[in-house]
Write a protein that binds this ligand. Structure first.
Ligand SMILES: [Zn+2]
Ligand SMILES: [Zn+2]
Length: 370
């Protein structure tokens, strides 16, 4: 069958003839790929920044943002059947007994670094016609969400990030007493840095959980992304027309910053204006560049005097996938047009080169196979 393979040793991205996988364990599920989302990680793998093939292969099948349909199940699969829609998680546990995280199905917090990731690190991904996985790594999705299901994996970034926020902020009376249980951010102010897919999905998540949400991104208004984020109730502020200090003045006490821009300069500049008892979540992975000046004394002073917390977050656990699926359902009910507009193009597998190596614009481009 056809698959998009990346060969770091040959510096090649090509269509490969990949073996069709078969069920070889009672817990296996065979899945037909319906849609695969493309993100910055895929593009970086295609530029050989990272990504490594499984042992015995000279290529890695890429793709980690998948929506698939079950075509066959092993005899011990309990909760999935032919025809069900599923979204697979990405990271697979490391083999070490002493890695408590992996042994407790929290490989998103793996201690050893010897985890694998489908489509990224030493395990083939989903940019192909069929794949097989264990039931425990698959998350069922309602058919009502077929059209937007490929957004589940990128949405897990915000879901895990927000879960970290609730846990870290438990140490103080941060959630307002009158905040409804399904909108615990009510009365709190959040700033999202960046208006790419991770930023926009993060902003949707924060609005849905009650936060007064601001998206701080480069392009001046009016622009399509500004219209989009304002259509679901966030406020868009351009960093070209509003400085970081003016942003802080406009927003008031910034309770939460959700960084989804991947650039250290603006990220550290905004850290400087994080509010009293605020929390700052980093999700971006900047490419290494030369050192930059940072207002370190100011930031350190604030972190102490304002009881601030800074958290980095990567990957996602089962709960983050389940929360993403739940929230995607809420987004679909509240903002169907905005949500659907995040998927800016559906392409055939043959278009992989322009999508992965070209400069095709759009928010989330998708390869549709099914
Ligand atoms: Zn991705
Ligand atoms: Zn581990």
């Amino acid at each position: 069958m056809r698959a998009v393979g990346v060969s770091p040793s040959k510096k090649e991205v090509r269509l490969v003839d990949h073996h069709t996988p078969h069920i070889s364990s009672d817990h296996h599920v065979k899945i037909r790929s319906l849609e695969v989302g493309i993100c910055g990680t895929d593009k970086e793998i295609c530029h050989f920044v990272y990504g490594s093939p499984p042992d015995g292969f000279d290529y890695l099948v890429i793709g980690h943002e998948s929506l698939g349909e079950v075509v066959e199940v092993g005899s011990k699969v309990r909760n999935l059947k032919k025809g069900d829609l599923v979204v697979p998680s990405v990271r697979r546990p490391c083999p070490h007994d002493h890695c408590q995280s992996c042994r407790e199905e929290r490989q998103d917090f793996c201690f050893t670094g010897d985890f694998t990731e489908r489509g990224i690190k030493m395990t083939h991904g989903f940019m192909t016609e069929f794949y097989v996985d264990e039931e425990r790594f698959l998350n069922p999705l309602s058919h009502d969400l077929r059209e937007v299901g490929v957004l589940v994996e990128p949405l897990t970034v915000a879901e895990k990030g927000l879960e970290q926020v609730w846990q870290v902020q438990k140490r103080l009376p941060w959630v307002k007493k009158n905040a409804p249980a399904n909108a615990r951010g009510t009365g709190l102010k959040a700033v999202v840095l960046g208006a790419g897919p991770i930023g926009i999905l993060g902003a949707m998540t924060l609005v849905r959980h009650g936060f007064e949400t601001y998206v701080y991104s480069r392009s001046q208004k009016p622009n399509p992304k500004a219209d989009l984020v304002e259509s679901f109730g966030a406020k868009y502020i351009s960093s070209e027309s509003v400085t970081v200090d003016q942003l802080a003045e406009q927003v008031g006490n910034i309770d939460l910053v959700y960084e989804a821009v991947g650039l250290s300069r603006v990220s550290y500049d905004v850290l400087r204006v994080l509010g009293m008892n605020g929390i700052y979540v980093f999700t971006g992975i900047p490419a290494p560049r030369a050192p930059i000046p940072v207002e370190a004394d100011n930031i350190m002073r604030n972190m102490v005097l304002k009881n601030q917390a800074v958290v980095g977050t990567v990957n996602a656990d089962k709960k983050a996938f389940q929360d993403a699926i739940t929230d995607l359902g809420v987004f679909m009910e509240r903002w169907p047009a905005a949500l659907k507009s995040l998927i800016t193009g559906r392409y055939k597998l043959d278009n992989y080169k322009e999508l992965l190596l070209g400069d095709k614009s759009g928010i989330k481009n998708v390869i549709a196979l099914g």
